[in-house]
Structures are given as structure tokens and as C-alpha cells.
Ligand binder design. Structure first.
Ligand code: NAP
Ligand code: HSE
Length: 438
């Protein structure tokens, strides 16, 4: 049986999980591919760090050239993270004729167009299932299983860390910092957790999902991004009182004229399936013209779930080693020459319902002033809560749910409301999912 040598760039959470699965399922992989896998080398930054028992027999190095100049290595799995030096090393691996597997969404979202072009030129495969949704096979599902559809939208919870934080704040009353520390200890968070909390990681994943769903180029710079930083424990509580959960959603929609690409907290009715996706779990809802709605649910981060996707990519590469390049699934789901650009719709032009939380002075006419401004902008109110906060007796929190309105009108109304002398502090605005629209 042919032995295929691989190297891991990175032996952290995902690299360690990958080694574990490769050892555990070595026989099954042979049965599935007719090839034996040998992990020859692994690149790390700190040679003094303890490594998992499964790393025994793997030559550990801190010098990338030991791997890139080793002609016996056929496949490189980039499991380090970050754009540089990952981009440079992946391009060098490709130029050297090595196939590449990566879990790095930042790399694919920001440099995928360049990397795919290089792979095309050198006739090698670049596989990236682990980059989106951890253990959920969402890339394969969209590119292959739903290939008979015109995909209209992809929306979901794609960051395990933020979902974990918001779930723990709601269910265990943890404060933000404690919940984030737990997510970091469990290996879910990015090296820089502000990528999770600030929505950048979800935006990287959305850029990839949109490109493969719509056959458009990777457009990360055009994703509108809001993180969970502005969401307080009180918003989670008020949303619950109104019958909603707050989830950090990534949303891509397409119509004949444009695409929408946005990542932001969203109030979702508690009866909706996405509202029940808790902890580190991810879920992605794909709307196709033929299949209708498909929901994929699973662990969005963590060593073994992510490694499950890395190994699935490895099995694909092993199966394709002797196939003609023409038999490979195109990176973005359509042939390279058929990728079609579409303009990205600005956030001001979306249509959404809103949750608003304001702190106001408690005296007659204050609510009337606010509702007059909303009415002047044709914004209709669906529900209102006024709940005194014992911790701040001088400020009355007012919570409003509106019907759907153009975001531009909401921006203008909020600018005017913020000018009222009776309004104190910033206004929290969260988009609300209504049936058929987010
Ligand atoms: P991690 O635990 O921090 O591991 C990173 C590994 O890469 C470590 O072994 C580190 O070496 C090595 N490394 C980093 N920079 C290096 C450099 N410049 N030179 C040599 N070695 C370097 O990260 P991770 O959580 O496994 O994430 C890896 C990738 O998977 C990232 O792209 C991440 O976004 C993605 N991902 C992670 C998850 C998850 O749940 N963690 C899920 C999906 C995707 P040392 O061990 O010596 O520090
Ligand atoms: N930091 C990411 C998350 C890892 O929490 O979802 C999985 O991509």
C-alpha cells in the first residue's frame, strides 16, 4: 500500500486533535482511501512545550524549510492561524507541488483568491472544510450536496466563542470576562479573542460561505461587522422577557442586483431553531430554490470537531491523488472563469425590525418625544418595556421593538433621538429576525 507523508504546521488545539484522530482511525483511513498516512514532521514555535503522546515519532521542528524542502512530504496541513507567515508558507508549499489543507479562515477569507489561483497554476489541491463551522461539513454540503440549487441565503451562528459567552451569561449569570476566559481555556477562542468578540472571525467565515454559495469572489472587506461587545446582560434579559434570544448571526443573501454580507447580534424568536443553538454549537441555515431550507448543526470549535473536518479534507485529498485535476470540485463551487462579481448592498439599504434600549430621564413627555421622532420616520412600534433599574435610579431604561423599516430611516431617527436632552448615554440597537428576514 502506498504511504503518503504529511506535515502539520502547528501542533496546538487543532493540530493535536488531528494527530489524535489520525492515530485512532489509521485503519479506517486506509480502508477508505487505499493509502497509508504518515505524519512525518510538525512545525511549532516553541520547541520546549510539552506535546501530546500521539506526537511520538513525529519530527518536531521550528524551521519551515525542514518541511518545505522535504520532497517526500506530499501534503501540508496549515493549523497555525494568522495571515503571515501562513500565507507565505502556504504559497511556497503550493509552488513546491504540495497539496494544502487549512483550518485558517482568516487566510482563506483574505488571501483565498490568490491562493486558489496559485493552486490552479501548480495543479495542487487546497482544502478548507475546517475553516467554517468546526466539525460541521458545511463547505462540502454547499459546494457538492446542494449543487442542484440556486442558493438565495446562508445565515447562521458561526462563532462558537461568542455563542458560548452569550449562553453562559444567560444561563449561569457569568460576566463577560469569566465566560470568555472559559471559552479560551476550552480552546475555542482565536489567538486574539477580539477576533471572536468583535465579529471578525464570523466575518471571515461568512466571506467564505457567501463565495461558495453564490459563486462570487471572496469579499471579506465588504462584510459589515458588529461584534457582541455592545450587548449587556440586561439586553439578554430584556430580550428573554420579550420572547427572544440574542444570537450573533452571520447573514449572506443574494438577489438579482446585489448581495448582503453582514455579521451582527440579532434577536431571534425563541421558537426559531437558531434560538436554541447554545454553547459552542454552531448552526447554518441554507436556503436553496429546490431543497428549501437545510439546517446544519454541530460543534463549531474545539480540538476533535475541527480535526474531524481536517481529516475529512485529508481523506478527500488522498482519494484525489491519482485523479485528473479536472475531476476536483472547484474552490468556489463554480469553474474559475465562471466566478461572477455582484455589488454588495450597503447596510443602510437593508430592511429590518429593531430592538432599541435607551436610558432616559423619568419625567412626563419623554416617551412622547421619542415616539414622535420614530413616527416622523415612519417607524412603527411593536412592543415597549419600561423597567426601573434599582442600580441607576436617576435613569429609566426604555426598551422598544419596532416593525421592519429601512435601516437608513432608523439611523436618522436614532441620530435625532440621541439629540434629546432627556436621553442619557448611548442607544443600543439590535436587529430583529422576523419571519423570512433578519
Ligand atoms: P493554537 O492552539 O494556538 O495552535 C497554534 C499552533 O501553531 C501551535 O502549535 C503553535 O506553536 C504553532 N504556531 C503558530 N504560529 C507559528 C509560527 N509562526 N511558526 C511555527 N509554529 C507556529 O491554535 P488552534 O486553536 O489550534 O488554531 C489553529 C488554526 O485553526 C487557526 O487558523 C484557527 O483559526 C483554526 N481553527 C481553530 C479552531 C479551534 O476550535 N481552536 C476551530 C476551527 C479553526 P506552539 O505550540 O509552539 O505555540
Ligand atoms: N474561534 C473560533 C470560534 C474557532 O470560536 O468559533 C472555530 O472557528
Amino acid at each position: 500500500m502506498e504511504t503518503v507523508n504529511i506535515a502539520l504546521l502547528g501542533l496546538g488545539t487543532v493540530g493535536g486533535g488531528t494527530l489524535q484522530i489520525l492515530r485512532r482511525h489509521a485503519d479506517a483511513i486506509e480502508r477508505r482511501t487505499g493509502r497509508r498516512v504518515q505524519v512525518r514532521r510538525a512545525l511549532v514555535r516553541d520547541p520546549a512545550k510539552a506535546r501530546p503522546a500521539e506526537a511520538e515519532g513525529v519530527a518536531i521542528t521550528t524551521a519551515i524549510d525542514d518541511i518545505l524542502n522535504d520532497a517526500s512530504i506530499h501534503i501540508v496541513a496549515e493549523l497555525m492561524g494568522g495571515c503571515e507567515p501562513a500565507r507565505e508558507w502556504v504559497l511556497r508549499a503550493i509552488a513546491g507541488g504540495k497539496h494544502v489543507i487549512t483550518a485558517n479562515k482568516a487566510l482563506i477569507a483574505q488571501h483565498g483568491n490568490e491562493i486558489f489561483a496559485a493552486a490552479e497554476k501548480h495543479g495542487v489541491i487546497v482544502a478548507f472544510e475546517a475553516a467554517v463551522g468546526g466539525g460541521i461539513p458545511i463547505i462540502k454540503t454547499i459546494r457538492e450536496a446542494l449543487a442542484g440549487n440556486d442558493i438565495r441565503s446562508v445565515a447562521g451562528i458561526v462563532n462558537g466563542t461568542t455563542n458560548y459567552i452569550m449562553t453562559e451569561m444567560r444561563d449561569r449569570g457569568l460576566d463577560f470576562g469569566a465566560a470568555l476566559a472559559e471559552a479560551q481555556a476550552l480552546g475555542y477562542a482565536e489567538a486574539d479573542p477580539s477576533f471572536d468578540v468583535g465579529g471578525i472571525d464570523a466575518a471571515h467565515k461568512l466571506a467564505i460561505l457567501a463565495a461558495i454559495a453564490f459563486g462570487t469572489p471572496l469579499s471579506f472587506p465588504h462584510v459589515a461587522i458588529e461584534g457582541i461587545d455592545a450587548i449587556g446582560a440586561q439586553d439578554i434579559h430584556y430580550a428573554d422577557t420579550l420572547g427572544y434570544s440574542i444570537k450573533h448571526l452571520a447573514i449572506a443573501r443574494r438577489d438579482a442586483e446585489a448581495v448582503e454580507l453582514r455579521v451582527h447580534p440579532t434577536l431571534i424568536p425563541q421558537r426559531h431553531l437558531l434560538a436554541r443553538v447554545d454553547g459552542v454549537m454552531n448552526a447554518i441555515l441554507v436556503q436553496g430554490d429546490a431543497a428549501g431550507e437545510s439546517l446544519l448543526y454541530g460543534a463549531g470549535a474545539g480540538a476533535l470537531p475541527t480535526a474531524s473536518s481536517v481529516v475529512a479534507d485529508l481523506v478527500d485529498v488522498l482519494r484525489l491523488l491519482s485523479a485528473e485535476p479536472d475531476h476536483r470540485v472547484p474552490y468556489l463551487g463554480v469553474r474559475p472563469g465562471a466566478v461572477t462579481d455582484l455589488p454588495v448592498r450597503p447596510l443602510a439599504a437593508i430592511h429590518s425590525a429593531y430592538y432599541l434600549r435607551l436610558g432616559v430621564e423619568d419625567h412626563p413627555g419623554v416617551v412622547a418625544d421619542i415616539t414622535r421622532i420614530l413616527a416622523d420616520h415612519a417607524i412603527s412600534i411593536e412592543a415597549m418595556l419600561q423597567r426601573p433599574d434599582p442600580a441607576r435610579p436617576d435613569t429609566m431604561p426604555i426598551i422598544l421593538l419596532t416593525h421592519r423599516v429601512w435601516e437608513r430611516a432608523m439611523d436618522q431617527a436614532l441620530d435625532a433621538i440621541a439629540q434629546l436632552a432627556s436621553v442619557r448615554g448611548p442607544i443600543t440597537r439590535i436587529r430583529v429576525h422576523t419571519d423570512g428576514a433578519c
